[in-house]
Every structure is written in structure tokens, then in C-alpha cells.
Ligand binder design. Structure first.
Ligand SMILES: Cc1cc2nc3c(=O)[nH]c(=O)nc-3n(C[C@H](O)[C@H](O)[C@H](O)COP(=O)(O)OP(=O)(O)OC[C@H]3O[C@@H](n4cnc5c(N)ncnc54)[C@H](O)[C@@H]3O)c2cc1C
Length: 415
């Protein structure tokens, strides 16, 4: 059997980008091995079926700030292939994109299937072979520096170069480990918080802009500001997802039991006191539930908070006692919730952890331990926050790996 120039393990976005880049740059015999019967399944379900392809953060120095894990190596990568390059890449291949107000980039059609079709067509156009239901179980390096790749059913394929693009699937880590790599323990990232807080579900669906939230764990403080969504089971929204990413490892160690602090107001104690005193004096006959010191808190949320503080919602502002006012201020400034776990549907979006990045050369995505072995995408210990940053990493690492394999191929052909 003639060896393939490149075997891609994993038919996800990172694997496809690697294969297409290599094929478009002269690599002839490429095959993508996908363990399931579906290609790019995560692309399909991503962004609520719309696929948030990347983020219009064009400057690499700014882009890199959206990766709690990835470090300086990513900056080097983004200096070569960043969000603007991804935008052009897809548009050149016929996929029209649009930038939304919050900088997230989606296909104009709002359909993730168009992203999948664009990638699939680009691969097929360059004669990349695609083999589904080939679940790679074992990779053996032969004495003549080839890779012998075995499926679960013991079929085998031989490769000169191989790339592991298996996302967060445990089998990919095992394959990498067997070829000499260390794995940073994978833990979930980008998840929502569950709480058993009484009556909070009455606020389900309430969304509030620009809220500060905080977690204090073992002398470390994790903070973030953004939009908060209250759900049937607890807290979600961009601010929560990002904080879950920033503190992913610590929250795992904590078994997802921790105290969440929500700061409902950015005002100081004195400013809030003034506002509340104003209501006591000027809206004395109004029920506390009908006039809010912070108008951005919705009425449903305000009633919930009054109940939590222990203030009768029917009480008139003029009847509010000073110690009730102080409790109100303290809650608005620092409201505590006992979080009892991740969201109930196991719906975390990415894995934090994976192949140790200091064992990989980010100029080529080639292993520093096993020449001829490459990595792209989520299998690496790199992960971003929500907003298209995880796909961006797939495109960048896939493109760099594809370019590197084409360089090797060119050298061999010229010899
Ligand atoms: C619900 C959801 C929504 C998301 N939305 C977004 C979003 O809008 N924007 C964003 O940037 N990110 C989003 N993400 C994250 C993003 O989907 C991932 O970061 C990305 O898919 C990782 O790509 P990958 O190619 O590295 O791995 P994957 O997409 O996981 O692909 C790996 C492929 O390898 C295959 N495979 C695994 N092991 C083997 C094996 N041993 N042999 C053969 N094949 C194997 C798998 O079946 C899979 O097809 C979302 C994730 C989820 C779960």
C-alpha cells in the first residue's frame, strides 16, 4: 500500500482546515479519517445552528486576550493567520460572512450547513479523500519513519505525516500519549452555573446587561463583567460562560461547588444610599416593588431580591427602616449564591486541557517529540472564551499545520 502524504485523524473543522490547506499547497495524497458517520458535527450545532465562525478582533495582540489558555505561542500563530485571514479565506471560497454588533462573525445565510459545505467542497475539489466510520485506535511509528494507523476494526492505513485533530475526544489524547506526548488533564470549560436558590426560577429568562460577577477560591479572585441571563436552573449568559472558562481548572478542583458573588450595581455604597433615601423622601407612598433604585434591574428580579433580603414588596418606601435600607444596599453591592454544579445538560462547549503546548512547535504545529506528527484544534491545551474564538484557533492551527506539511512535501519532491 502506497503511503498517504498526510493522514488527518478527525473530520472536524481543524482537520478539514489542515487537509484543505495542505492540498491547496501541493500535497497530493491526503485522507481524512472520521470515526463517526458525520463530518463536522460540532460545526453543525455550533452557534445555535448558525456557526459563529470567528470574531472580528483583527489585531493579533487583542485576539490572543480571548484565550485563557494558549499563551504567547498563539500570538505567534495569529501573526501569521488571524481573524481577518479567516474572513477572507471563507469569502474567497464562496461563503459570504457578516459581522454582528458584538463582533461575532456568522455566515450571511445564518446556516452552519453552509460552513460545512464550503469546507467539504474545498476538500473534494482538491481530491482530499474522506473516510467515515474509521475510528483510529492505534498509531505506530515504523522504523522507516512512517505511521501505521489502525482502526477499531483493525483496518490499517500508512502515512508519511499524520495530524491528530480529534477535538476533546479522549481517544485523541491516548493516541498522542502513546506517541510520547504529555496531556494536561482535560476539564470542561464554557458552562453555566446551577443553584438551588429558592424562587430564583421565577426570574427565569431575565437578562441584564453589564453585570460584575466574582468567584473567590483559595486566595484567588476570578472576575468578569458582561451580560447575565437567569435560567430555570441558575445563571448563564456571556459573563458566566467567560468566568467558567477563566476559572475552569479551579472550579473542576472545587467539584463545581462555590460561592458566586453578583454585583447588581456599579454605584458606591454612598451613591446607593443617596438614591434610596431619595425614594424614601420623594416616593414615600409607592410600594418598594414599584420603584427601583436601579432601573436596569427588571421588576421580576427586583421582587425576587426584595424577597431574598426579607423586605415586604408591598411596603411603602417611606416605611423602609434604616437597617432594611442597609441590607438592600449590601445585597445590591454583593449578592451571594451557592453554586451546586454545572448546568444540568452537560452542555459545556469546549475542553480545557489536552496535548501540552510546550511539546509542539507552533511555527509548524509539528510535535517536538515525534517528527511527522502534527496537531490542530481542540486536542491541544488551548481554549478560548465564547464569541468564535475556539473555531478561530481551529482555523489558525489547521492552516499552519497544512502549510508546514506542504513545505515538507515540497522538499521531498524536489530531492
Ligand atoms: C454546542 C456547541 C456549540 C459551539 N459553538 C461554537 C461557536 O459558535 N463558535 C466557536 O468558536 N466554537 C464553538 N464551539 C466549540 C467548537 O465547536 C470546538 O472548539 C471545535 O469544534 C473544535 O474543533 P476540532 O476540529 O478541534 O474538534 P471537533 O470538532 O471535536 O472534531 C473532532 C472530530 O474528530 C473525530 N474523532 C475523534 N476521535 C477520533 C478517532 N480516534 N478517530 C477518528 N475520528 C475521531 C470526532 O468524531 C470529530 O468529528 C461549540 C461547541 C459546542 C459543543
Amino acid at each position: 500500500m502506497e503511503p498517504f502524504d498526510l493522514v488527518v485523524v478527525g473530520g472536524g473543522p481543524a482537520g478539514f482546515m489542515t487537509a484543505i490547506t495542505a492540498a491547496e499547497n501541493g500535497v497530493k495524497r491526503i485522507i481524512i479519517l472520521e470515526g463517526t458517520s458525520k463530518l463536522m458535527e460540532k460545526v453543525r450545532i455550533s452557534g445555535g445552528g448558525r456557526c459563529n465562525v470567528t470574531n472580528a478582533t483583527w489585531i493579533p495582540n487583542e485576539l490572543v486576550e480571548n484565550y485563557p489558555r494558549g499563551g504567547i505561542q498563539l500570538l505567534e500563530s495569529f501573526n501569521r493567520f488571524a481573524a481577518g485571514d479567516v474572513f477572507d479565506w471563507f469569502e474567497k471560497r464562496g461563503l459570504k460572512l457578516k459581522i454582528e454588533e458584538d463582533k461575532r462573525v456568522f455566515p450571511k445565510s445564518n446556516s452552519s450547513l453552509d460552513v460545512i459545505n464550503c469546507l467539504r467542497k474545498s476538500a473534494i475539489l482538491k481530491n482530499v479523500e474522506i473516510l467515515k466510520k474509521f475510528f483510529v485506535k492505534e498509531i505506530v511509528k515504523t522504523p522507516d519513519n512512517l505511521f501505521n494507523i489502525f482502526s477499531l476494526k483493525k483496518e490499517n492505513i500508512i502515512a508519511k505525516n499524520i495530524i491528530i485533530s480529534t477535538g476533546g475526544h479522549p481517544s485523541g489524547y491516548k493516541l498522542a500519549q502513546n506517541l510520547g506526548h504529555s496531556i494536561v488533564k482535560p476539564v470542561p470549560s464554557l458552562f453555566t452555573f446551577s443553584t438551588k436558590e429558592e424562587n430564583l426560577n421565577e426570574c427565569s429568562g431575565v437578562s441584564i446587561k453589564d453585570i460584575d460577577i466574582e468567584i473567590k477560591l483559595n486566595n484567588k479572585t476570578f472576575q468578569n463583567r458582561g451580560d447575565l441571563l437567569i435560567t430555570h436552573w441558575g445563571f448563564s449568559g456571556p459573563v458566566v460562560l467567560k468566568l467558567s472558562s477563566i476559572a475552569a481548572r479551579e472550579l473542576f478542583n472545587q467539584k463545581y461547588r462555590f460561592n458566586l458573588i453578583i454585583k447588581w450595581s456599579v454605584l458606591s455604597y454612598a451613591e446607593l444610599k443617596e438614591k434610596i433615601n431619595y425614594l424614601r423622601l420623594n416616593k414615600g407612598k409607592v410600594n418598594v416593588m414599584n420603584s427601583r433604585p436601579i432601573p436596569s434591574l427588571t421588576k421580576r428580579l427586583w421582587i425576587f431580591l426584595l424577597n431574598k433580603i426579607g423586605i415586604d414588596k408591598e411596603k411603602k418606601w417611606a416605611e423602609l427602616l434604616s437597617d432594611e435600607r442597609d441590607k438592600m444596599i449590601n445585597t445590591l453591592l454583593k449578592d451571594n449564591y451557592m453554586i451546586s454544579g454545572k448546568g444540568p445538560f452537560g452542555e459545556e462547549f469546549v475542553t480545557s486541557g489536552g496535548v501540552k503546548i510546550n511539546e509542539v512547535c507552533f511555527k509548524s504545529m509539528e510535535s517536538l517529540i515525534c517528527p511527522g506528527l502534527f496537531f490542530s484544534g481542540e486536542v491541544l491545551d488551548v481554549d478560548g472564551i465564547t464569541g468564535g474564538f475556539n473555531f478561530q484557533h481551529c482555523w489558525t492551527s489547521g492552516w499552519i499545520a497544512g502549510m508546514a506539511v506542504s513545505k515538507i512535501n515540497l522538499k521531498v519532491t524536489n530531492q
